[in-house]
Design a protein around this ligand. Structure first.
Ligand code: SF4
Length: 416
């Protein structure tokens, strides 16, 4: 069998290699994996971390995903919608504070009122975030679920010609049985496995930079399932990944049965991020806020394991508590200014710089579109020797209990 160091020097990985890397638990092995992912990020993507200021503009949702705190049937939740002016003001605040990019997220709706509202927001944000520092305005990521191709085309067109539009649509899991367990039957437009794949293809057709991702550590999910997720991302040739650990929500209707303990779950999520970097190489990978729900420095650990995108929450504070897809969501009591200041220091401590006033487009996207690699995706200032940027920084590895390891291994063995 290959040594771990031999394995980590490869550029191509078999399924068995991927499963082996995902399942690492020994702290020294995890550190080797982390270092390989971090150095590859430096080499292929650069040392900049880009912000997407996230605006959660409505918690109304027509769907009922069982894991989600804002699902349709959660009657306890007070619903809210930001106005167009509030939303645009939030984006202008982001641009004035040197964020080159914002992300608009809401529950899933497909009615014309909603579609036209988003269309208008895109136009306004693109026009009103222009400045000397950001002459072409902010780039925008949408995270608004499955929509018909014509809606994607309308939203894409509203932004104008520039390659500034991204869309994140998580596949959640590529295991159809687990996917089916997450989504109850009943409504005509409830999520379906096949339509989700079609939506990802439609986004590509409409001209978006396309991102997907999944939940890590879902009950019943195996390492082989996560490997299949990575193969799916490869087949779809995605530009961006947004993945996070599965965390229970009190507003959902799933039980905590079969969940990993916090430490092993964090380590598995970090391993997944690192392996995605090694396999998918030059895609943008977001350090999900959910990592911070597991460890105070969870997002920094995500950067250390190969992420290059962070999504600070800039939703107005009074409504933030009402947008909790999962429990213990961090930063819900902080002002956007607090997030900005605290994050930059954390990023510097990870040996990275913030890419202020830049769109931070996926290099993968630029490569597949034959576009020049943009100046904003500048190469690293210096080649990092393994771990050089992190020397002396303790990386908090998840504590792995025997019980949870055996649960995870059992899950692997159960896989056909
Ligand atoms: S995950 Fe998205 S689509 Fe599903 S219930 Fe939550 S907000 Fe709605």
């Amino acid at each position: 069998m290959k040594t771990l160091d031999e394995l980590l020097r490869q550029e191509r990985f078999s399924d068995a290699d991927i499963v082996r890397l995902l399942g690492l638990t020994d702290p020294e092995d995890c550190e080797r994996l982390r270092r390989a992912a971090y150095d590859l990020t430096t080499r292929l993507v650069g040392d900049l971390v880009h912000y997407r200021g996230i605006l959660e503009f409505s918690n109304r949702c027509t769907l009922n995903c069982r894991y989600c705190g804002i699902r349709r049937d959660n009657r306890e939740l007070e619903r809210y919608d930001l106005s167009l002016e509030q939303l645009v003001e939030g984006a202008v605040w982001a641009a004035e504070n040197n964020y080159g990019s914002v992300c608009l997220q809401a529950g899933e709706r497909r009615d014309e009122l909603f579609v036209a509202f988003v269309e208008e927001c895109i136009r306004e944000i693109r026009a009103r975030t222009r400045s000397e520092r950001l002459p072409d305005g902010a780039s925008i990521t949408l995270s608004l679920g499955e929509q018909p191709l014509e809606t994607y085309a309308r939203w894409r067109a509203a932004a104008g010609e520039a390659d500034c539009m991204r869309y994140l649509l998580r596949m959640e899991t590529t295991n159809p049985e687990i996917f089916a367990r997450l989504h109850p039957d009943g409504f005509a437009h409830e999520k379906a496995y096949a339509s989700r794949i079609q939506a990802l293809e439609d986004l590509r057709t409409a001209g978006f930079q396309v991102g997907t991702g999944g939940m890590i550590g879902l009950p019943g999910q195996t390492l082989a399932d996560l490997c299949a997720d990575i193969r799916f991302y490869q087949r779809m040739d995605v530009d961006m990944l947004g993945m996070g650990p599965y965390i229970l929500s009190r507003g959902g209707d799933m039980l905590d049965e079969g969940m990993l303990e916090q430490g092993p779950l964090l380590q598995l999520a970090l391993n997944m991020l690192a392996v995605c970097r090694l396999v998918l190489r030059d895609v943008n990978i977001a350090a999900a806020t959910a990592l911070q729900a597991l460890a105070e420095d969870g997002r920094e650990q995500g950067i250390a394991y190969g992420c290059n995108i962070i999504m600070p929450n800039i939703t107005p504070r009074p409504v933030r508590k009402r947008y909790q897809l999962y429990d213990n969501k961090p930063c819900i009591d902080e002002e956007p200014t607090d997030c900005r200041a605290c994050l930059e220091g954390r990023i510097h401590r990870m040996g990275r710089r913030v890419g202020w006033n830049q769109w931070g487009c996926s290099r993968h996207f630029r490569r597949r579109m034959n576009l020049p690699i943009s100046v904003d995706a500048a190469p690293a200032r210096h080649e990092q020797s393994p771990g050089a940027g992190l020397a002396g920084i303790p990386i908090q590895l998840g504590s792995v209990s025997d019980a949870s390891v055996s649960m995870r291994n059992d899950a692997v063995r159960r896989d056909p």
